[in-house]
Design a protein around this ligand. Structure first.
Ligand code: SAM
Length: 282
């Protein structure tokens, strides 16, 4: 009998992946955690039945959530990652020798344990000596931070369940306060394509616009997320994502990446008209 993982993307659209076997299932204090093996996407992690990452396409999300801000801010030393218990964002961040310290604030220790065991592709650098893991609610953690980080990466689940607080005005205001004078924040900002997701995206964008002087949205193609069209928010106190993008610094670093490059950096901020309209309408 064939086994399929199915995620409901809308009431009228399902997304299914053929599965070889289920490797793990467990209920943590926060969510149900599942890991599957699949012929097309390799191993993949879902939380409460929602796709978090697959071995085949996680590079797109993690390269875009890390290298875009890192190539705009000229001197990132301290980073706060909120969520991101799979370790993919940390894996990309520790490639930078200038990064001195990373606080990873993940609410669910079981996600980290499961990823360490089943997804070494993303969790492989969580033991880097520059990384401190805090098992706390990110919403609460940022309340106590002031002038502490050059970069905040909000690598959260969707705006319901444990991730809900990470899309609030209070949270973005506290992120602003937690950043140094030249700091910037990026977040995963849902998809613009299906109306329900677009409303969540617009709500997050509006709150970020109200909290930061510079705020833009950039996009990537992520096949296993609803509609495949995914957005990220870029919010900054000083640096502009295009005019302060340092193309030469990226070339000099010589990183081997599979999605991100300097043309993608600038191109990702060029949005389709329907997305521009959604953002103007907030
Ligand atoms: N790339 C993914 C996506 O968009 O589907 C996100 C992956 S990462 C696994 C998301 C993590 O955020 C989860 O491990 C979840 O436990 C964590 N998380 C959710 N709410 C949180 C909160 N309030 N504080 C800290 N971590 C949170």
């Amino acid at each position: 009998m064939e086994l399929w993982f199915t995620e409901k993307h809308t009431d009228d659209v399902n997304f299914s992946i053929k599965v070889d076997r289920q490797l793990y299932t467990g209920q943590s204090d926060f969510q149900r955690i599942d890991v599957f093996d699949s012929p097309e996407f390799g191993r993949f992690l879902t939380l409460d039945g929602y796709m978090m990452l697959t071995e085949k396409d996680e590079f797109i999300y993690h390269e875009m959530i890390v290298h875009v801000p890192m190539m705009v801010h000229p001197d990132v030393r301290t980073v706060l990652v909120i969520g991101g218990g799979d370790g993919g964002a940390v894996r990309e961040l520790v490639r930078y020798p200038g990064v001195e310290h990373i606080d990873l604030v993940e609410i669910d220790p079981q996600v980290v344990a499961v990823c360490r065991k089943y997804l070494p592709q993303t969790a492989c650098r969580l033991d880097d000596p520059r990384v401190a893991i805090h098992y706390e609610d990110g919403l609460k953690f940022v309340r106590t931070c002031e002038n502490a980080y050059d970069l905040i990466i909000v690598d959260s689940t969707d705006p319901f369940g444990p991730g809900e607080g990470l899309f609030t005005k209070e949270f973005y205001g506290n992120c602003f306060k937690a950043l140094r004078a030249e700091g910037l924040m990026v977040n995963q900002q849902e998809s613009p394509f299906y109306p329900k997701d677009a409303i969540a995206m617009q709500r997050a964008h509006k709150r970020i616009v109200e909290s930061f002087p510079i705020s833009r949205v950039y996009q990537a193609h992520i096949p296993t997320y609803p509609s495949g069209h995914w957005l990220f928010g870029f919010a900054s106190k000083r640096w502009h994502p295009i005019t302060d993008f340092n193309r030469q610094r990226w070339t000099d670093l010589g990183f081997d990446t599979r999605y991100y490059n300097s043309s993608i950096h600038t191109g990702a901020f060029a949005l389709p008209n329907y997305v521009k309209k959604l953002l103007e309408d907030v």
